[in-house]
Design a protein around this ligand. Structure first.
Ligand code: CA
Length: 225
């Protein structure tokens, strides 16, 4: 497996490279978006780790958008600022597959990369569709059978996360980790509260009950007909 690391911070790039090589992966490192373009044009990578903050005219987000627009479906894990919820949302909007806030535990980075590598390279349209439910991350719109839902940013982020994993049981802590800021220090009850809000929004729009409570574990978005 061959990985590309796009990170200008020499210390961080070195740390990533050493760690990933120890995991048994081959790793190339580039320091900006332009070099990253050249790298993906010449080498078939299995996955990419990309920092949001890059020097030069193109940020990690813009580079990732370019990557998808030019038809590359290599899994991308985006590294974002610790408290950057906006960065994370923007990261998913631009076609990244996962994101991790800095600072991160290396073990978690490796685990997420393994998960991405298992999924492999499939064309992933930027619109998420589950039956009559359609979510467009870039346009920030959700529709049930063509009818637009009015969701708060947090409700939207929650549904976005659920719609990326239809049929999977998602633990509360996992949802919290992906939808809430790392700086959030409340309890996972907030997940239950927002699931409640989201259910009501969906119900108001006429969508059948789609979010199943898995007792003692978390929630599951059913695959809708
Ligand atoms: Ca950087």
């Amino acid at each position: 497996m061959k990985l590309l690391v796009v990170e200008d911070d020499v210390r961080m790039a070195g740390l990533l490279q050493r760690g990933l090589v120890q995991e048994g992966w081959a790793v190339d490192v580039v320091g900006d978006a332009l070099d990253a373009r050249h790298a993906v044009a010449s080498t078939p990578y299995d996955a990419i780790v990309c920092d949001v903050g890059l020097p030069g005219p193109e940020s990690g987000l813009e580079w990732c958008r370019w990557l998808r627009e030019s038809g590359h479906w290599i899994p991308v894990l985006m590294l974002t600022a610790r408290s950057g919820v906006e960065d994370r949302i923007a990261g998913l909007d631009c076609g990244a597959d996962d994101y991790l806030g800095k600072p991160f535990a290396f073990g978690e980075l490796a685990a997420r990369l393994r998960a991405l590598l298992r999924r492999g390279e499939t064309a992933r349209p930027t619109t998420l569709v589950n039956g009559g439910l359609v979510l467009d991350p870039a346009e920030h719109q959700v529709r049930w059978q063509g009818r637009e839902l009015d969701l708060s940013p947090r409700e939207f982020a929650l549904l976005d996360y659920l719609m990326r994993r239809p049929g999977d049981v998602l633990r509360r802590t996992e949802i919290l980790d992906h939808v809430w800021d790392y700086a959030y220090d409340g309890t996972s009850n907030v997940v239950d509260v927002y699931i409640g809000y989201l259910r009501r929004r969906l119900q108001d729009a006429g969508c059948p009950e789609a979010i199943e409570t898995v007792r003692g574990v978390g929630y599951r978005l059913e695959v809708l007909p």
